[in-house]
Design a protein around this ligand. Structure first.
Ligand SMILES: Nc1ncnc2c1ncn2[C@@H]1O[C@H](COP(=O)(O)OP(=O)(O)O)[C@@H](O)[C@H]1O
Ligand SMILES: [Mg+2]
Length: 273
């Protein structure tokens, strides 16, 4: 590993995170724990809750991610993976537990306020504006920003070159994998401090899935923590620093991606043996 890598944590693309905001040098790992605020950079801690007046879907569910990490949530259909992501993003009222970002309790903030605090969320469905062009989608991602976002757009185009080629096309004309790139790019336009992706490889071919995972690893290497839900459990755990298996709204197994891939029970129950 080169010194340069150690010095900047591999982040050759720092302005896509907020590290260089305002020009003033910020401490390495802007997500480092603040004094008196121990714990992970982003955590949904012992979350209990459901939709409206309906039954609880999450039962003391905990997921977390730290800078430079990819944390992956896997589990059967209906386990509450998307619900956990929505809870962290502020889309449901929790009956128990808390959400903390960079040591701050944000449990009662609206989704929009969470975006302003640095959360980038790509939901599982309806995550792009199909009738708008690729570039308009990216501009929508920057709607909260008052500064010049063209540099960030160039970085998104560097990460996903196909989007630059197709920037004048309606996003609805793109392939599934390209749409997912638009959705991730849109979230990156907010210059998030943490990126949350719900099934970013849904409905794409294995080759496109590998490419998307490569891009996600590239983004994580810039220091941006990534919390993602994946239905391709095995492949996702292979790139995961941390993995969570959720079952019926509860944590069933937690460990490094490698630990979970090697756990006989996880293999048997969730990875097809
Ligand atoms: N908007 C909603 N309103 C009410 N119930 C919902 C809603 N979305 C999901 N659910 C229910 O929450 C449970 C978990 O769903 P979900 O979080 O989408 O699972 P997963 O993402 O793990 O497949 C399911 O029983 C589902 O029917
Ligand atoms: Mg889901």
């Amino acid at each position: 590993m080169s010194d340069a890598y150690q010095d900047d944590h591999g982040n050759n693309d720092r302005s896509i995170t907020r590290d260089n905001e305002g020009g003033a040098p910020r401490p390495k790992h802007s997500g480092a724990v603040k004094p008196g605020a121990p714990g992970p950079f982003l955590i949904g801690d012992a979350m209990t809750g459901g939709y409206g007046k309906g039954p609880d879907i999450l039962h003391g569910c905990t997921v977390a991610v730290d800078p430079g990490e990819i944390a992956v949530i896997v589990g059967p259909n209906g386990a509450g993976k998307s619900t956990a992501m929505k809870a962290i993003f502020g889309m449901l009222d929790l009956h128990g537990g808390a959400v903390r970002l960079d040591g701050e309790d944000i449990t009662n903030l609206s989704p929009q306020d969470r975006v302003a605090k640095g959360m980038g969320f790509v939901p599982q469905t309806s995550n792009i504006f199909t009738s708008m062009t690729v570039e308009e989608n990216l501009e929508m991602g920057a709607f909260l920003r008052r500064d010049d976002f063209r540099g960030t757009m160039e970085q998104v185009y560097d990460l996903f070159p196909i989007l630059k080629d197709k920037r004048r096309q309606p996003a609805g004309e793109l392939s599934g994998g390209q749409r997912q790139q638009v959705a991730v790019g849109r979230a990156m336009m907010t210059r998030p401090k943490v990126l949350m992706l719900d099934e970013p490889t849904a409905g794409v071919s294995p080759i496109v899935m590998d490419e998307l995972f490569d891009r996600i690893i590239e983004v994580a290497r810039t220091g941006l923590p990534i919390l993602m839900v994946e239905q391709n459990a095995r492949q996702a755990l292979e790139i995961a620093d941390k993995g969570y298996v959720l079952v019926q709204g509860r944590n069933a197994h937690t460990g490094t991606g490698r630990d979970l891939l090697n756990d006989p029970e996880v293999r048997q129950s969730f990875l097809g043996g």
